[in-house]
Design a protein around this ligand. Structure first.
Ligand SMILES: NC(=O)c1ccc[n+]([C@@H]2O[C@H](COP(=O)([O-])OP(=O)(O)OC[C@H]3O[C@@H](n4cnc5c(N)ncnc54)[C@H](OP(=O)(O)O)[C@@H]3O)[C@@H](O)[C@H]2O)c1
Length: 275
């Protein structure tokens, strides 16, 4: 890490599960990262508190603020794992700040949010992924390959399990894996079959099953099902620090020799277009 200039990041939603994981990972690598700012929800009890203390570390002289402009005033990268509403609010305000890159892990975005992200990607580097782990991005490649090799006669079902507080479903990772499967089958629309479905399976559809409970960080299984055999590919995340470390690697990558545009974690890990 010593040959790199520290990357000045602003962490959105710093008191959240991922916000704290990002903060810890960045504080663990002081040569690589400088915390330039941090936001929290207006009204949050953490506002005005030194963010170092938030994770049981020494004070670092940065307090959580509800102001995007203030948090981003000295930041090169905006790292956002919040809510679609908070992300959309930040996207509307970051234009006037020195931020040159966005790393976006927030899931549950609607088409308007997606359009706002694509618009931002015309001016800055945006790395957006439903999952910032190395394992899931390798899994996506395997799923693409398996779907291509097995062909349309094999049904594809994605089962995901997350902790009881997760609000969106299916997870961003399940959607990422479904997209990979659909690409492997030769493109075409991604047909969802959600929980609660009844009747016969739609031909060519990709089904989702969702479980919520406990403290599960994230488990995904992609099952390829034929009449007499099945193939199951699984990823289990045991610690959200792995998403944080991936997101921070993406932040450094985004400040490299990368033109503005919308990128995924596979671009960071394997090079643009390698997927
Ligand atoms: N892509 C990946 O690899 C990956 C991995 C894990 C999670 N995620 C996604 O990341 C997001 C966050 O997950 P999480 O588990 O960390 O959720 P979380 O614990 O609820 O954290 C979200 C944080 O954002 C804060 N917030 C809400 N509105 C805000 C605003 N206007 N300004 C600033 N902060 C605001 C929340 O504050 P309050 O709690 O006070 O409302 C909370 O502290 C979710 O969309 C999740 O699916 C993605």
């Amino acid at each position: 890490m010593s040959d790199r200039a520290p990357c000045a990041i602003a962490i959105a939603g710093v008191a959240g599960r991922m916000g704290q994981a990002l903060l810890r990972a960045a504080l663990d690598d002081p040569a690589g990262f400088q915390i330039a700012g941090a936001t929290e929800r207006p009204g949050s009890l953490t506002l005005g508190r030194d963010v170092g203390e938030l994770v049981g570390r020494p004070r670092i002289g940065v307090t959580a603020t509800p102001s995007v402009e203030q948090a981003a005033a000295h930041a090169a990268v905006w790292v956002d794992f919040t809510t679609p509403q908070a992300l959309s609010d930040a996207l509307a305000r970051l234009d006037t700040t020195p931020v040159r890159a966005l790393v976006v892990g927030t899931t549950g975005l609607d088409t308007a949010d997606e359009a706002a992200l694509a618009e931002a990607a015309r001016r800055v580097v945006v790395v957006r992924s439903g999952n910032f782990s190395m394992g899931v991005n390798v899994l996506a490649g395997l799923v693409r390959r398996a779907a291509r090799a097995l062909g349309p006669d094999w049904d594809i079902e994605i089962l995901e399990t997350h902790h009881r507080r997760k609000v969106d479903a299916p997870s961003g990772t399940a959607l990422l894996l479904a997209r990979a499967a659909a690409e492997g089958r030769g493109g075409g629309a991604l047909a969802h079959e959600g929980p609660g479905r009844t009747g016969a399976r739609g031909e060519g559809s990709i089904g989702f099953a969702v479980r919520r409970g406990g403290g599960v960080v994230g488990e995904h299984e992609v099952a390829f099902l034929a009449e007499a055999e099945s193939v199951r590919l699984t990823h289990i995340a045991a610690d959200r620090g792995l998403f944080a470390r991936g997101a921070l690697a993406a932040a450094h990558w985004a400040l490299g020799d990368v033109p503005p545009g919308l990128y995924g974690m596979d671009d960071v890990l394997f090079g643009p277009g390698a997927a």
